[in-house]
Structure formats: C-alpha cells, structure tokens
Design a protein around this ligand. Structure first.
Ligand code: PLP
Length: 344
C-alpha cells in the first residue's frame, strides 16, 4: 500500500481524539543516514535521522499533521503560532492543506529567509513582533485563551503525539532504540516527544544528549535567559515551554543537557556537509554536543550506536553560508581562463 503519512501509519499509538480528521502531506518516514567517516573517528556507529527531508523541511511537520488534523476535526477556522521559523512554515502548509486561516507571530528580523518565505508562500498571515520568540508565545497563548483560535505551538499536546513518530521509526528500522540520541533543544517539545515515544514503544531506551546554544541555554544555566542570542535561530529561546520535561527526559534517560558555542555548531554544520548532509545551524547542535562530549570522554560512545537528530534542512537558512563565505570568483566565459584557473 502506498505511504499515507504518519497518522495513518502510527495512529493506534497516538493519543488523538475521535473527531480527528487527517490532514497529511506524507510527512515522516525520513532516512537514517550513516556517517561512516565520522563514525570511524569517534569509534561508534553513527546515524543521522534527517528530519530536514520532511515536506516543509523540518521535523515540525510530524507534530503539525496531528495538531491541524485535530483542529480541523473540531471545526476550528483559524490557527495561530509563535515561531522561530520552522513552526510557521509547517503550520502554514498544513493549514493551507486543510483550508484553515493561519496566523504566525515571529520575532522581528530574527527568522531565517527560507522559513519566512515558506510561511508566506503557503499563504499564512505573518506578523513580526518587536520582541523575542518567548514574547510571541506569551501573546499567542493569551489570544487562544480568549478566542476560538487554536494554538499549534508545541504546548498543544497533539504536536507531542505526532512527534513521537520519529522514535517509533528509529525503533522500527533498527529493531531497538539506539544507545544515545543527540538532539538540539529549543522550546523542548521535541526532546519531550522523543522520550515519551521511546518509553511508549518499549523497544529499549536511549540515553539522551540534549544540546542548547551557549547564548540560549536556560536549561543548562538553570534560569530563563532574557535576551537569548545564537546563530542557531531555531533554538534561540530563553524560556522553554517544556523545560521541566526536557530536564526530566535527560535525567530519567541517564543522559544530560549541555551547551555548545556557535563556533562549535558551525563546525558541526561543516562536518555534516562534508559527508553530504546540509542542515541548518540548530540542526547541527546535536553533533556539536556529541563531539564535545566524546572528545573529553564524558560520554562513552565507543562501540555504541548513536543517532543524531538533524531537525531541519540547510536550505532553510542559506544566508548563514552565503554571508560568511567568499563570493565565488568571476571569470570571463573563456576556456583557457577556466583551464588555467582549475588545472587538469
Ligand atoms: C523547532 C526546532 C528545534 C527545537 O525544537 P524544540 O522542540 O523547540 O526543542 C530545533 N531545530 C530546528 C530546525 C527546529 O525547527
């Protein structure tokens, strides 16, 4: 039977109400790509769960199929979210598919081009606010409490239900959970979903390494960050909505949450690209964390199976590359000039 999307595939494992009316873009079913080069260096088995290959380029589609399907079944007319970008693009796409009005609030000037373009392309009404993601989230929570507009941020429990499907897929492919799972942590919906999913599926439990950016590391510092700063805009969050659950997941799994610098994140992005995977900066945080921890032997990866969750595609944030690299050289359209330049 052709693939029909996540709710169709994993419906019995997802706690969705009976009124749910499936809206799908055939999300999920993403590959576990091996990283043989780096695996040799780190002396472990290493795979990337490449979530950038979802329909709108990030893992957000897993939760969004569930949240929009529930909202549509409940006859909601309008959905709203606060977003650092990927939630906006995903909500916009699924709302368009469902014929719903979609409003997104983003922090002014802090959203990567590919994400903003996506939200607009899918027809969402995009509003920039003079404040942070956390301010935007406070606003959308208030408006959804006072009006019939539905909230599709990861506070929405159906988002978490949908996002549990990634650990299900990993267990189905390997036959069991990996030893370690490394992933970025922003608003902490995803780490919460992975832990809930692994626990529910009962195919073993990984240790979880959650990774924040140094300038936006409330869970490492143990307090909110008023003005979070990092090039990894998808995790530029100072007050994670599911922070407690993230800390619990790390603790219960015998894992941890750490912070890495922007430079470490960009290094990890380059390493992934050198193995043929271009991911957005936030998505490289999991690998940056793994490298930081294995380099110092603080986590024992040797001989273990490690999965790095790469949450979003590099094409979402092209300017991080184009702004920091030299503009390609310009030459006349002339064979000899070309030959002299690149050699044989
Ligand atoms: C949303 C997002 C994250 C952070 O996920 P949380 O569930 O907010 O912790 C990380 N990377 C990318 C690419 C994202 O879009």
């Amino acid at each position: 039977m052709p693939y029909q999307g996540l709710i169709h595939r994993y419906g019995p494992y997802l706690n969705l109400p009976a009124h749910t009316q499936i809206v799908s873009l055939l999300e999920g079913n993403t590959p576990l790509v091996p990283l043989p080069g780096l695996a040799r260096e780190l002396n472990c088995e290493l795979f990337v769960k490449f979530e950038g290959l979802n329909p709108t380029g990030s893992f957000k589609d897993r939760g969004m199929t569930a949240a929009i399907s529930e909202a549509l079944g409940r006859r909601v007319k309008t959905v709203i979210c606060a977003s650092t970008g990927n939630t906006a693009a995903s909500a916009a796409a699924y709302a368009a598919r469902a014929g719903l009005r979609c409003i997104v609030l983003i922090p002014e000037g802090k959203v990567a081009t590919g994400k903003l373009a996506g939200a607009i392309a899918y027809g969402a009404e995009v509003i920039q606010i003079q404040g942070s993601f956390d301010d935007a989230l406070t606003l959308v929570v208030e408006i959804t409490q006072k009006t019939p507009i539905a909230l599709v941020n990861s506070i929405n429990p159906y988002r978490i239900e949908g996002q549990k499907t990634s650990p299900f897929e990993i267990c189905d492919e390997f036959g069991s959970a990996p030893d370690w799972l490394c992933l970025p942590v922003g608003n902490a919906g995803n780490i919460t979903s992975y832990w809930a999913g692994f626990k529910q599926y009962q195919k073993g439990l990984p240790r979880i390494l959650g990774v924040q950016a140094e300038g936006a590391a409330p869970l490492v510092l143990g307090r909110p960050v008023e003005k979070p700063e990092t090039i990894a805009t998808a995790i530029r969050i100072g007050k994670p909505a599911r922070g407690e659950q993230a800390l619990e997941a790390a603790h219960e799994s015998n894992g941890k949450i750490i912070a890495v610098s922007d430079a470490q994140i960009l290094d990890a992005q380059r390493i992934l690209a050198s193995e043929g995977l271009w991911v957005e900066p936030a998505s490289a945080a999991g690998l940056a964390g793994l490298i930081a921890e294995t380099g110092s032997d603080r986590i024992e990866a040797k001989g273990r199976r490690v999965v790095i969750v790469c949450t979003g595609h590099g094409m979402k944030d092209p300017s991080i590359i184009t702004e920091s690299f030299e503009i390609p050289q310009v030459i006349p359209a002339d064979y000899q000039t070309l030959f002299d330049m690149i050699g044989g």
